[in-house]
Design a binder for this molecule. Sequence first.
Ligand code: HPA
Ligand code: MG
Length: 218
Amino acid sequence: MASASSCIVISDEEQGYDLDLFCIPKHYASDLERVYIPHGLIMDRTERLARDILKDMGGHHIVALCVLKGGYKFFADLLDYIKALNRNSDRSIPMTVDFIRLKSYQNDQSTGDIKVIGGDDLSTLTGKNVLIVEDIIDTGKTMKTLLELLKQYNPKMVKVASLLVKRTPRSVGYRPDFVGFEVPDKFVVGYALDYNEYFRDLNHICVISDTGKEKYKA
Ligand code: HPA
Ligand code: MG
């Protein structure tokens, strides 16, 4: 059986798909290289993650914590699948939601320091099963820091679901509990992942082109 954090691994050699095989917004036609993870595959994988998460956390009230902005699509679709399981099963658990944004700061020792913006007071997490929902784990620094911070509020359990994990030498070794896809060390956009706020309005996860990088650079 697949273990809790096993996932679909996209190899470094993966070429993805020609853009012309899918529907891409016209305004991004020259800004993308290839379709990397089609929307349908994201949805199918998310459906299974919902099942794995409920099996693992479903004994007790879940607080689902969405990390904005990049996590919003994955969060909405994941929760839809969890809700479908809850309404079609003999056993179900209540779920509440909250939304936060993270601002990271780098101090002199280059240990990550973060500020949590928005959301309810973190003390509402005490005694709860908390599910953090992220779009992508890159170095893992920010998530490690967030987990340290949340620990102070004594949640009953904290688990992390990330749609993507990047294979990068910059990783601090952090691995989320639930992972959709492991991707090569390339910049990906779409399905709410952005490049300077653009490409969130794209269904598929794609690799950005040099034209796109130039056009939307900060
Ligand atoms: N795409 C979008 N946002 C990101 C990425 C990425 O590849 N890595 C870290 N944040
Ligand atoms: Mg993110």
